[in-house]
Design a protein around this ligand. Sequence first.
Ligand SMILES: N[C@@H](CCC(=O)N[C@@H](CS)C(=O)NCC(=O)O)C(=O)O
Length: 280
Amino acid sequence: MRVLLRRPARSKALTRTTQRPKSAAVTEAARKLVSLKVSPWSERAKWALDHHGLAYEVVEHFPVVGERRLRQLVGPTKLTATVPVLLDGDEVLSESWDIALYADRVGRRTKLIPRDLEADIKRWTGVADEAMQAGRALVLAAMLATPGALDEGGPRSVPRWLRPMLRPIARRVMYAFARKYGLRLDATGEQVAAFRVGLDELRKGVGSAAGAPFLLGSFSYADIAMATLLQGVAPVADRFIRLGPGTRRAWTQEGLASEYGDLVAWRDAIYEKQRRAESA
Ligand SMILES: N[C@@H](CCC(=O)N[C@@H](CS)C(=O)NCC(=O)O)C(=O)O
């Protein structure tokens, strides 16, 4: 069950929190995951923690607005301050890969990154990262062109009627986000081509997978990284990641979704088999 919790006043920029299921070992207050609901990288981290049944409190990050607080969390040495960030006592993990390793270390269920497959899994994660860099620019350009997506992006506390009036601010936030990641919003052709490289790799991998539907014989973090990449082609069903209609439209690349319908179906099958629904 999802429970909304009130944050203390000092955490203003990171306002929305949600409690994930409890484990006997850790209280929900002990482990926090700062994340961005729509982001594939955050979904990777949540999936790894959920796979091991580890309890955590979700602290929703708001891009640009939450940048200063995020920077404080990850420290001055990290080149780009990104989410997901896992906080567990003194431990601060600011890479989704490290959070998956952490989940494997603390959790007791089947490892997502078994040592003998680590190099293969790392390679798949790299493929997903490269493709999603291009995907990020495509999604951002689509969001800028989708008023509904702009309206849905802000804090829930902003009343619905007020949101259209705040679109100029939402656009400024998006442009600031594009600058942060050096995104070109006018290079659609190149970005689609770069995204396709990752999807073609996946198609080959799925085709030759001995342990279908899993890429490496049994379920691993490689499946998580590649399944979450498909979020930038056609978002997964709302029962897994609930999105507003505008946001869903902006994240859907119609052309790629029909060209790679087989991969979307592969992703859906992995979710059905391995992912706990949000409302469960
Ligand atoms: N290498 C990082 C990449 C994470 C990443 O790119 N996160 C983006 C997701 S769009 C982010 O933090 N966006 C929010 C922001 O920059 O404020 C990881 O694997 O955790």
